[in-house]
Design a protein around this ligand. Structure first.
Ligand SMILES: Nc1nc2c(ncn2[C@@H]2O[C@H](COP(=O)(O)OP(=O)(O)O)[C@@H](O)[C@H]2O)c(=O)[nH]1
Ligand SMILES: [Mg+2]
Length: 398
């Protein structure tokens, strides 16, 4: 599971990436850090069920802090997209290439409207963030359509003649973008297109289908950044113009400052909290006091920095991921080494017991017999769809 940070230049994507990947919870062996300048690991929070067994757990892949699991999410920070990116403007095609394997996008925009479409600083409020959303979305659609529509007429006539399955043929063109046959079938299901004569499809049909495919295969959430320099009216206006795309106001700068101050031991703060505590006010320099005062004023006005919420809304609501806990002993909720609830996995809503077995280990999937619910101890078949927070044991042939 990977989340891509997209948007035009200078909106705060890298600041957000740095804030989200900066170590802030005591972790086990898992590296909550930047893997390389563009890839890193962040986390989303989920209640750990360890107290049902009298806790504490022995987390392996995810830290547990005060009953909250921090489940890893991979992030990729991509350089800014400008109008014309799909055609290579501003190296846009290379940047889009980095997004191929991401499963969802946090679309960062400058809510304060103080950067041009090319990312050059401008007067506050001189640009509309909705326009930014529109052009970046359009670049994504044109990017998919560019791959889908390459020599369309010739290809589609070939499929018509050979009687090829349309969904397979389309998915075959889009595998490089991580778009699967399931996504294609979903998009075609509600489509008014004449599926027996794809050679008759026009450019606008391909654009509409690309848009639909993106909606299904790449859930997005708009992270309205620089809220510290924005007004309530700007937020309301953006909300109205966005339509169905979900939105979260935030300040990446404020979150980064808080995480750095926490790391330096100056403050006590947990991401997502409405306030922070000063550890030793005496020790703060005048500059630090001023900066933390600004953060405090921001939190009073907006509640939280909005940063971890943006990732969590994308992952849990837009991408419909759930957290499941695989165990090897369904009574004690432990693995073979006796560690309680070692792993917490993010899987798509609707994931079956067998699919989860594959996710833990290919052997487990191939030799799957049944699963056992850790709470009811009932046997679950291969097609049982897991629910959020479920603790399951997989039984497999050895
Ligand atoms: N006022 C304000 N500025 C921010 C915020 N987040 C980032 N910036 C600033 O925006 C500029 C561009 O940030 P950067 O992360 O490099 O943007 P990117 O090009 O999208 O990766 C920098 O000067 C940041 O300090 C924020 O929440 N508020
Ligand atoms: Mg950047």
């Amino acid at each position: 599971m990977e989340v891509g940070l997209i948007g035009k230049p200078n909106v705060g994507k890298s600041t957000l990436f740095n804030a989200l990947t900066l170590l802030n919870v005591p972790v086990g062996p898992y590296p909550f850090t930047t893997i390389d300048p563009n890839r890193g690991v962040s986390y989303v929070r989920f209640p750990c069920p360890h107290s049902e067994k009298g806790g504490p757990c022995t987390p392996g892949n995810s830290a547990c802090e005060k009953g909250v699991r921090h489940v890893p999410v991979h992030l990729v920070d991509v350089a800014g997209l400008v109008p014309g990116a799909h055609a290579g403007k501003g190296k846009g095609n290379q940047f889009l290439d980095n997004l191929r394997q991401a499963d969802g996008y946090l679309h960062v925009v400058d809510l304060s409207g103080s950067t041009t479409p090319e990312g050059v600083p401008a007067e506050l409020g001189s640009y509309r963030p909705a326009e930014e959303v529109r052009f970046v979305e359009e670049e994504l659609v044109l990017w998919v359509a560019g791959t889908l529509g390459r020599q369309w007429d010739k290809q589609a006539r070939g499929w018509e003649l050979s009687g090829a399955k349309l969904d397979e043929a389309i998915a075959g063109r889009l595998t490089g973008l991580g778009i699967t046959i399931g996504h294609v079938q979903h998009a075609l299901r509600d489509s008014p297109l004449d599926q027996t004569h794809p050679a008759k499809w026009k450019e606008e049909d391909l654009l509409r289908l690309s848009k639909e495919l993106l909606k299904i295969a790449r859930p997005r959430l708009v992270a309205a950044n620089k809220a510290d320099r924005s007004t309530e009216e700007q937020l309301t206006a953006l909300k109205e113009e966005l339509g169905e795309l979900p939105l979260q106001p935030m300040s990446a700068d404020m979150e980064l400052l808080l995480r750095r101050a926490t790391k330096a031991g100056l403050v006590s703060y947990q991401p997502g909290e409405k306030s922070f505590g000063l550890n030793d006010p005496e020790k703060l320099s005048a500059g630090q006091k001023k900066a933390l005062g600004e953060v405090e004023a921001f939190l009073k006005r907006w509640g939280t920095t909005g940063v971890i919420e943006s990732l969590e809304s994308l992952v849990f609501q837009a991408m419909k991921q759930i957290v499941v806990f695989p165990v090897e002993d369904e009574t004690k909720w432990t693995d073979k080494q006796g560690r309680m609830l070692p792993d917490a996995f993010l899987v798509p809503y609707g994931t079956t017991a067998r699919q989860m077995a594959y996710r833990v280990h290919t052997d487990l999937g191939e030799n799957f017999i049944r699963a056992i619910d850790g709470r009811t101890h009932r046997a679950l078949g291969a097609d049982h769809a897991l629910s959020g927070g479920e603790v399951v044991r997989i039984v497999a042939r050895r």
